[in-house]
Design a protein around this ligand. Structure first.
Ligand code: DON
Length: 332
C-alpha cells in the first residue's frame, strides 16, 4: 500500500504526510553513519554527519518539512544548474550548447581524464561536471566575479524574495584548496575553452559554490523548475520554458554524477547534488489518475552532509528513493 496517502484528501492530509515523513527521516538518519562528510575542502569537514533534513513544497503551497530543517549550508555543485540557466538566459541557448555539450560522463565530478579522452577541438561533456561548469562560469558576462554573479543572485532573489549571501569562510577554504579545479582551469585555458581570465573565472566558480542556502530555498526553486520555469505561487515566468526543460534533462542525466543512472532508475526525478550534502529534486506534475500526494508537482530540498563515494548525500538519496517509491514520483 502506498504510505502517506490514506485520507490524504481530507483536512488531515498535511498531518498524515508529516507523520510519515517524520518517521522516514528518523529511519534514514541512521544511514548517515554509512557515509562521510567531505573533507577535501577543510571547512566542509566540520559539518555534523548525522544531520538530515528535508523540505517538500507543492505547487499548490503544501509544505512538509522534517528533520534538521533550519541549517544553512553552501550550495556547492547545485549552483552549476543555475549558472547554466543564467548563461542560457544571457548568452542564448544555442551559444551555450555550442560550447558545452549535454552528455553524461560516467566519471567523477572533478575528473580530468575525460577532457583528454575527447578530441581537443570538442567541448566539455556537460555543465554539471567541473570542467563544464568552469567553462560556463567563464561565459557569464562581466569583468569581475561579482559582476558575473549578479544575474545569478538576481534570479535567486526573484524566486526566493531575498538575496542569498556568499559564505566567505567556505569561499576562502575552497579557493585555498583548489588544486584540482586549477588544473582543470589551466587545461581549459590551454584548449581555448575559457571566455574570460582564468583567475576571475575560478573566483566566480568558487564564489557561486559558496552561496549559502537552506532546504526551503531549494524546495522553492524546485517548484519553479517543476513548472517549467513558472513560479506556481505567482504565475510569473522566471526561467524561460526551454531553458528550464533543458536544465531538468541535464539534472536527470548528469545531476548525480557517476550515480546519475542509478538515481534515474531508482528515484526517477531530475536532481542535483552538492558536496556539502544538499540535493535539489524536482517532481513535475503527474498525469496519472490516482490521487497521490503532490500530484501537481513539487520541489524538494534535502540536506545530509554524510556523503557516499560519488559525493552525494548518502541518507538523502535513500530518503528520496523511499519517498519517490511511496508516492510514485518517478517521471518514467
Ligand atoms: O568543485 C568543487 O570542488 C566544489 N566546490 C563543488 C563540488 C561539488 O559540490 C560536487 N558535488 N557533488
Amino acid at each position: 500500500m502506498v504510505q502517506g496517502v490514506a485520507n490524504w484528501n481530507t483536512e488531515t492530509t498535511e498531518e498524515w504526510l508529516q507523520n510519515y515523513v517524520d518517521d522516514w527521516v528518523s529511519f534514514y538518519r541512521k544511514h548517515t553513519e554509512d557515509g562521510n562528510v567531505a573533507s577535501y575542502i577543510p571547512i566542509l569537514g566540520e559539518a555534523n554527519k548525522n544531520h538530515l533534513g528535508i523540505s517538500i513544497l507543492g505547487s499548490d503551497g503544501l509544505s512538509i518539512r522534517s528533520g534538521d530543517t533550519d541549517i544553512s549550508f553552501t550550495i556547492q555543485s547545485i549552483s552549476k544548474v543555475f549558472s547554466y540557466i543564467v548563461a542560457c538566459m544571457t548568452r542564448g541557448v544555442s551559444y551555450v550548447l555550442d560550447r558545452v555539450d549535454v552528455e553524461p560522463t560516467g566519471e567523477a565530478f572533478n575528473s580530468i581524464m575525460h577532457l583528454e579522452m575527447r578530441n581537443r577541438l570538442e567541448k566539455p561533456f556537460n555543465p554539471l561536471i567541473n570542467a563544464g561548469a568552469i567553462t560556463v562560469s567563464s561565459m557569464l558576462e562581466g569583468d569581475t566575479s561579482d559582476e558575473k554573479l549578479n544575474p545569478l543572485f538576481e534570479l535567486f532573489e526573484r524566486i526566493l524574495g531575498y538575496r542569498p549571501e556568499i559564505n566567505v569562510e567556505v569561499y576562502e577554504s575552497e579557493r585555498d584548496s583548489s588544486m584540482r579545479n586549477r588544473a582543470i582551469g589551466y587545461y581549459l585555458l590551454e584548449t581555448g575553452f575559457l571566455e574570460s581570465d582564468l583567475n576571475i573565472t575560478l573566483e566566480t566558480y568558487f564564489k557561486q559554490c559558496s552561496i549559502e542556502i537552506t532546504i526551503d530555498d531549494l524546495a522553492k526553486i524546485g517548484t519553479v523548475l517543476a513548472n517549467d520555469g513558472e513560479d506556481p505561487a505567482t504565475g510569473e515566468e522566471v526561467i524561460p520554458r526551454q531553458v528550464a526543460r533543458l536544465s531538468k534533462a541535464l539534472m536527470l542525466t548528469c545531476g548525480m554524477y557517476d550515480a546519475s543512472g542509478k538515481f534515474a532508475a531508482y528515484v526517477g526525478v531530475p536532481a542535483k547534488s552538492g558536496v556539502s550534502g544538499g540535493i535539489i529534486a524536482v517532481s513535475p506534475p503527474r498525469v496519472r489518475e490516482e490521487s497521490l500526494p503532490f500530484k501537481n508537482g513539487c520541489g524538494i530540498g534535502v540536506y545530509g552532509p554524510a556523503l557516499d563515494e560519488q559525493g552525494n548525500s548518502i541518507a538523502g538519496i535513500r530518503l528520496l528513493r523511499h519517498i519517490a517509491n511511496q508516492w510514485d514520483l518517478s517521471i518514467f
